[in-house]
Design a protein. Structure first.
Length: 254
């Protein structure tokens, strides 16, 4: 993925990692469209950052994805980058049979089905562009599980394999598949996480991601240094130690 000269759509970028990357991509000379559910929040972003474009989208609603994708493609026919940022992270207790199912279903619908439906809505258009990128967003927890968030971990592992598989299918097309693999980052993904001192500061994460994109335009995965502890535990042979350390901290990790 080139660092500039793109038209980028980022659903789920009204806060946190998505908004931080949207602002940096815009500063690098990209046209950036932010997607989100709340019209008021989108209007607030437009007023604060006049160069950013916005569109309403709810990735849990297939009809909303179809409407938003048609709107984005019609208004921005040069669109060549999709970043599937939208996601939720919920704590679950699977020892309570009545206490986890709704949360698990919401997580799958948002994180996994939302990503699949977004890619499905844009892939035909992206294949018409001379160069294009689908950037998926997994997590360090795709590779080492946090006890408190079983379904989140599972959806992010699925996103990793989806990315690997799509890359194989699209190898002879103009579409590049890049997987962004965040560690714990100080955002509001879960309550209180912004104050989590063991998590990576948001601006530091966004800065490092942009540096990696610029330095490695052909990268298959964007991995900041901090996520490699989780990402490569199995390859290093210390997977059990990684899982133990992660869960001793008992922090909610994105």
């Amino acid at each position: 993925m080139d660092i500039s000269g793109n038209t980028v759509f980022i659903p789920g970028a009204t806060s946190g990692i998505g908004l931080a990357l949207a602002l940096q991509l815009h500063e690098k000379g990209n046209t950036v469209i932010i997607g989100g559910r709340r019209r008021g929040r989108l209007d607030e972003i437009s007023a604060t950052h006049p160069g950013l474009r916005t569109v309403e989208i709810d990735v849990t609603d297939p009809a909303a994805i179809r409407r938003a994708s048609a709107e984005v493609i019609e208004e921005h026919p040069d669109l060549n980058v999709l970043v599937t940022m939208a996601g939720v992270m919920r704590v679950e207790d699977w020892t309570d049979p009545a206490g986890f199912m709704a949360t698990a279903e919401e997580t799958v619908t948002t994180n996994l089905l939302g990503t699949i439906r977004l890619i499905g809505a844009f892939i035909e258009h992206l294949r018409t562009r001379p160069t294009a990128t689908i950037m998926t967003v997994s997590s360090g927890l795709a590779f080492a599980p946090l006890r408190a968030t079983p379904t989140y971990n599972a959806t992010k592992a699925a996103i990793h394999q989806l990315s690997e598989s799509l890359r194989l299918q699209l190898v002879d097309t103009t579409v590049q598949v890049v997987e962004l693999v965040p560690p714990a980052v100080r955002t509001d993904l879960v309550p209180g996480h912004r104050e989590n001192e063991s998590a990576m500061p948001l601006d530091d994460f966004a800065d490092e991601v942009m540096t990696l994109i610029e330095a490695q335009p052909e990268a298959r995965e964007i991995q900041v240094e901090r996520v490699k502890f989780l990402r490569y535990g199995e390859a290093r042979g210390d997977y059990d130690d990684v899982v133990a350390a992660l869960n001793r901290r008992d922090r909610h990790t994105s």
